[in-house]
Design a protein around this ligand. Structure first.
Ligand code: ATP
Ligand code: MG
Length: 355
């Protein structure tokens, strides 16, 4: 009997709907032993102009009830709140659904426009876990500003720090089963901030529950250097919100830009899968956007759902989607941003053909 998964779909703004369309086609085409029911969730700039809300309650409700959430890109720098600030519904979703673990895989495969020249035999394949609900983002727009002084605070809670570290160790264990090092590196600044000594203590405590894995630490400034000089060294990293924000863009840079970077934001009960890039209003409406980051994010959704519901066929399909994108990259079957001749639909069709 086939299992049907409810998926909340945020088509979004700009190139969002363009990259979502081939992604949904691809998911509809897979479905061996499972099916999807996709429900559209208006949100973002178009929704704000349409109904006065960039995250309507009904969309958030649908997301809350869904088995998983697919999100392309929300927002448009030209559409702002009356006070001039940009809308960030994707961050509101993260907070509302307590999606504490931001998962940012960094893989360099042939055909990507990586600025790195990797030595022969070196493979870059690591995952950065960014705590996504507190840390240096916890004051979010409510920082304290006086005429001659401004102040923001860093908040780390034992509850969330424990959860996100545990998430990182579980992921490292899964990855070890398919040949990775089985190593988790905490990225912090414990030499300067007491709050990070607190983080480190919790990380070490959680790591003690995983004697089969290696746990170590690095300072964030050193890690920025090592991302560039020794990116093949790492397996799973876990870090605070702002450090993770910065390092994940650096990771996307190693892959040649945001067009190739997928992501997931995962909590205990919900998960959002979305590309790292924004709505790219500069190229919207032309059908030329690169759909690979969106498709790879959908692949991460298959992996997450498959593990959660114990469906090996789905986990295998996740690996097939990634392999199909890799094959397209290697063959130059890509959109113009990667130097290829295809448009968005063509690139989506190329991935399906490889599947
Ligand atoms: P946000 O604030 O929403 O994160 P951003 O300012 O970081 O947005 P993006 O919308 O990610 O900007 O776009 C940055 C640049 O990358 C733009 O020139 C855009 O055209 C390009 N870009 C982003 N995503 C894609 C994609 N999928 N395919 C091709 N080009 C893209
Ligand atoms: Mg951005």
């Amino acid at each position: 009997m086939s299992k049907t998964f409810e998926i909340a779909v945020f088509h979004g703004d700009g190139i969002g709907p363009e990259i979502m369309a081939p992604t949904l086609d691809l998911l509809r085409g897979l479905s061996s032993g499972y099916d999807f029911r996709f429900t559209d969730c208006p949100a973002g700039a178009a929704s704000y102009l349409d109904c006065g809300s960039d995250l309507p309650e009904a969309s958030l409700d649908t997301a809350r009830r869904a088995d998983a959430i697919l999100l392309s890109a929300l927002g448009d720098p030209a559409v702002r709140y009356p006070d001039g600030t940009e809308m960030t519904p994707q961050i509101d979703i993260r907070i509302a659904l307590d999606l504490y673990a931001g998962v940012r895989p960094v893989r360099i495969v042939p055909g990507m426009r990586s600025p790195l020249n990797l030595p022969d035999g070196k493979v870059v394949d690591f995952v950065l876990i960014r705590e996504s609900t507190e840390g240096l983002f916890h004051t979010q727009g409510k920082g304290h500003v006086e005429a001659d002084m401004a102040e923001e605070t860093l908040r780390l809670t034992r509850r969330t720090t424990t959860k996100v570290c545990d998430f990182a160790f579980r992921l490292a264990r899964e990855r070890k089963a398919s040949g990775s090092q089985g190593r988790v590196t905490s990225v912090d600044k414990a030499n300067v901030f007491r709050a990070f000594a607190f983080w480190r203590d919790i990380f070490d405590g959680v790591g003690a529950n995983y004697p089969d894995l290696t746990a170590d630490h690095a300072y964030v400034d050193a890690m920025a250097l090592w991302f560039v000089l020794r990116p093949w060294d790492w397996d799973v990293m876990v870090t605070e919100n702002m450090f993770g924000d910065i390092l994940s863009d650096l990771g996307a840079g190693l892959m040649g830009g945001l067009g190739m970077a997928p992501s997931a934001d995962i909590g205990d009960d919900h998960a959002v899968f979305q590309p790292c890039h924004g709505s790219a209003p500069d190229i919207a409406g032309r059908g030329i956007a690169n759909p690979f980051a969106m498709i790879l994010s959908a692949g991460m959704m298959l992996d997450w759902l498959g593990r959660r519901h114990d469906m090996p066929a789905m986990i295998a399909d996740a690996a097939r989607v990634q392999a199909a994108v890799d094959a397209c990259l290697a063959a130059g079957e890509t959109t113009g941003d990667l130097g290829g001749p295809l448009d968005t639909r063509g690139a989506g069709a190329a991935v399906m053909a490889r599947l």
